[in-house]
Design a protein around this ligand. Structure first.
Ligand code: GH3
Ligand code: MG
Ligand code: MG
Length: 508
């Protein structure tokens, strides 16, 4: 039985079409995977670049602050050392000023250096020979030195003067020869110093730079906001991360302005200060985001084009394959009866014969001829004759018991049936069934004068063996058909020597 176009197409071309779709899909997925990998690499590169730039910036500014504080600390040390000189009290106040306070103490943004006695009273001031009476006994820079808590140089918390100046102070302890507390040398430093330093850095949108004491109080912050100075951020997660390590980086959202940043921080020398630079995550990935969007959009476009091409290609392949299949069916089919044609019958017979040869099973053939068809045509015309041939073809086809049985139009008003693996008896039975089916058709036509004519059937069956040809089987069936015609038509005749046709005259 011929397969439907769809079935045959599926069987013959299904795999290659699926293969085409699968390879197209694999190529698309591969392309996407490569691009995702490249975009992800780019993302990491941006983070690395930002981290490196932040670390360099922090290191440079921290070194600057460290150096300035160290110089200022040395100025204080000079005062401490000078006060130890036995003759210092004997020289004139003007001379003492020059000896104790070097020029560094008059540098811009540095406040006064003053000397406190053991009760916190100002006894010497770098800016004046007659210091105003003031007491610093309750200030942290005095108390720390009084109780010996600093271990040397102390850097105070920031505070604001009544004049609106923001200051911090560094102090050193003065001791008597017996080691008891003699007072403290204190130098003040305007926070404007840090502000100027920070303003030299061109921060990007959303970036921040913060100088914070180890107790959590903010010394300076850029972008500058007056309220931030002195604010204690000790409880914030960001401070908790910077206070414990000498340097590092992390990502977090600021409590001060709600911006997510990549923070890079570093402690400043031996001072209780940390410089923390925050680069806005939005800004870090801004150019990467544009690149990722463009690349992603182009990839999607390419994938779309790819998919469209695959769809077109698959459709074209399908159409071509269907056309080829229809052509092959047409080449193997008889146009009038839709049975196989003789060419196809010959091919199938050769295949069946070869198969039967290997399995040593019998193959049977039926030759069928319409009786007195010339007269029928003459009586009712060729169109009616064609209809009769179609009806007989239907009877033949529907009488075949197995899907492996094959019916073909042999030529003119003759048909052939091939029954693989069928004995002579079975073939005769099939022949009888076909003949009866044609007769039944006539009965259904209720005695119409153009009722379908009868048929005669010749049957042969043989187990193929060396020396026999497929055409010998056809010939034997044809001989039996002649016998049926001689016996009066409308009957089935079996070839002599049904199973062994050695007596059949050999085909030329
Ligand atoms: P017999 O019983 O001995 O076979 O007699 P017959 O008339 O059938 O045999 P004959 O060979 O003399 O005639 C065969 C006829 O079949 C002749 C031809 O016009 C007719 N025929 C062959 N092919 C077709 C066809 O495709 N359509 C029609 N309508 N007739 C056809
Ligand atoms: Mg004939
Ligand atoms: Mg005939």
């Amino acid at each position: 039985m011929p397969l439907s176009v769809g079935e045959a197409f599926q069987g013959k071309h299904g795999i290659s079409t699926k293969g085409l779709i699968a390879s197209g899909l694999a190529a698309t997925i591969g392309l996407c995977a490569i691009l995702i990998f490249v975009i992800w690499q780019d993302y990491n590169q941006e983070a690395l670049k930002a981290r490196r730039a932040g670390a360099n910036l922090v290191a440079t500014i921290a070194a600057d602050i460290d150096r300035n504080l160290e110089l200022y600390g040395l100025s204080l040390q000079a005062v401490v050392d000078g006060l130890k000189e036995p003759d210092i009290s004997k020289i004139s106040p003007e001379m003492r000023q020059l000896v104790l306070f070097d020029r560094a103490a008059t540098a811009k943004d540095l406040g006064s250096i003053f000397v406190l006695d053991n009760e916190g009273n100002v006894v010497l001031d770098s800016h004046t020979l007659n210091p105003a009476h003031s007491n610093h006994a309750n200030r942290d820079y005095f108390l720390v030195q009084k109780y010996g808590l600093s271990g040397g140089l102390y850097l105070s918390s920031p505070w604001t003067t009544p004049d609106g100046d923001n200051l911090i102070a560094i102090s050193r302890r003065l001791t008597n020869p017996d080691g008891s507390f003699k007072g403290a040398v204190v130098g003040t430093l305007r926070l404007a110093f840090f502000d100027k330093l920070f303003r030299q850095v061109h921060l990007g949108t959303g970036d921040s730079l913060t100088l914070v004491r180890d107790d959590g109080s903010i010394v300076m912050r850029a972008p500058f906001s007056f309220e931030d100075i002195g604010r204690n951020v000790a409880s914030t997660p960001i401070f908790q991360q910077v206070v414990w390590a000498p340097a590092g980086f992390f990502k977090d959202v600021s409590r001060l302005d709600g911006i997510e940043r990549l923070y890079v921080f570093q402690h400043i020398g031996e001072y209780p200060l940390t410089l923390n630079y925050g680069a806005s995550v939005d800004a870090i990935y801004a150019s990467w985001r544009v690149k990722a969007w463009v690349t992603g959009a182009l990839t999607l476009l390419l994938c779309g084009i790819d998919a469209t091409l695959i769809v077109f290609l698959v459709r074209a392949l399908r159409r071509r394959s269907e056309a080829e299949y229809r052509l092959s069916i047409a080449a193997a089919t008889d146009g009038l009866t839709q049975l196989y044609n003789r060419r196809r019958l010959d091919e199938i017979l050769t295949e069946t014969w070869r198969e039967a040869m290997t399995t040593a099973t019998p193959s049977a053939c039926l030759m069928i001829d319409v009786d007195q068809f010339k007269n029928y045509n003459d009586a009712f015309g060729h169109q009616v004759g064609d209809e009769a041939l179609k009806a007989i073809a239907c009877c033949i086809k529907s009488s075949l018991p197995r899907s492996t049985d094959v019916a073909a139009r042999y030529g003119g008003e003759e048909f052939a049936v091939l029954l693989p693996n069928a004995s002579g008896d079975m073939a005769v039975a099939v022949g009888e069934r076909i003949r009866a089916s044609v007769l039944a058709l006539r009965a259904d036509q209720h005695g119409r004068i153009d009722s379908t004519p009868t048929i005669s059937v010749g049957v042969a069956s043989v187990v193929p063996r060396y020396g026999l040809q497929p055409r010998d089987l056809l010939k034997a069936a044809d001989m039996a058909l002649y016998e049926a015609k001689r016996n009066g038509r409308n009957c089935v005749e079996a070839a002599r020597g049904l199973v062994d046709i050695k007596d059949v005259p050999r085909a030329a």
